[in-house]
Design a protein around this ligand. Sequence first.
Ligand SMILES: [Zn+2]
Length: 438
Amino acid sequence: MSEHPAVRALQDLVRQPTVAERDPARTDPAPFVALRAALAEHFPRLHELERVEIEPHAVLVRWPGRTDAGPVVLMAHLDVVPVEGSWTHPAFGAEIHDGMVWGRGTLDDKGAVVGICAAVEQLLERGFVPARDVWLSFGSTEEVSGSTATDAVDELRRRGVRPWLVLDEGGAVAADAFPLVRAPLAVVGVTEKGVTSVELVAEGAGGHASTPARGGPTARLAAAITALERAPLPLRAPAPTLELLRRLAPHLPAPLRPVLGRADRLAPVLTRVLRAAGAEAAAMVRTTVAVTTLSGSPALNVIASTARAGVNMRVMVGDTVDGVLDHVRRTVGPGIRVEVVERNEPSPVSPWDDGAFALLERITGELFPDAVPTPYVMMAATDARFFTGLCDRVYRFTPFRMTKDQRATIHAADERIGVADLLAGVDWYRRLVEELPA
Ligand SMILES: [Zn+2]
């Protein structure tokens, strides 16, 4: 049976293992070159549009519109994270089983690349001209915090492009996103938490494991980690989270509706409920702190003279990096050095009460009538944050239905997208472009 052209395109893209490395010199260029060739082959009309190459393998495409009203930028990324874990079907095989395309990148983020390109290709085929310029910005270093998104922003700035709307990956049409709510939530990220990382360093006398002293570096580091775990940052209910609760209210069991309907007045109660509702919900109401890397002695019979722990923090809207760092320093105490590795503030909050968001809502209602569209605070970092300096309306939404299981496969094993869901996503992007106001 011959599959839809968009499905074949996704399969060809997924078969290229476009894994970017933090050190660009170590990235294998061959899969990226092949992926770009596959894009040209599957989307020949799009390929004829004006293109700006962004090193190493990213691309910026301009599709001229009828008017010079502020353009729209549709973003996605071509790189993927490495494969780990054991997969039911080969990670770069792009095999179809049970109505799903399986493989690394199907959800993050080659599905969106294909969704956008297939939509544009269909419209070009019909001779359609968008109401305003549409730019496509496909980065190649998103997963390694590389420079392609900032370079794309610089290029647009040089050209004096002031977008009206920027749309990147982010929320999805998420089933089982909220306890007790049966309708899927079409969550549109209107801001994202800031990613900030530190290393906790404890130093002291090392030596032979046969003559240990009390309070050595490893023990102090362990105490510091435990202290951090026991001192979470204060709960916060930023405006997008309260709006999400308000929009959920009618979809909750009757006794709970009035509570969420008055979400803003009941913020303190609700944030406590969210905190108790599991890790996903808890991350919506505070800055999170996760200890990730750990190192100490390399040998079983040697006491470490230096012990280190990496701490990755996601800074909530309403908190600041300085405030969070103060909290960390106070909590771990004077015996631990706190080295800042990276610091990013939460992104500015884009509006959900104007025409751009209303357009996203309307198209979402057309394609996913059972879903509840709502703004939210995105937990993960995206390239979209670099566009907030260029545009006030930066939204993070990938128009694909995803089950809870599927969401858990992003950056993990068995990533897969439903064939029908991919095609609905193509339709969503196409409707968005068709409906752009002049
Ligand atoms: Zn991604």
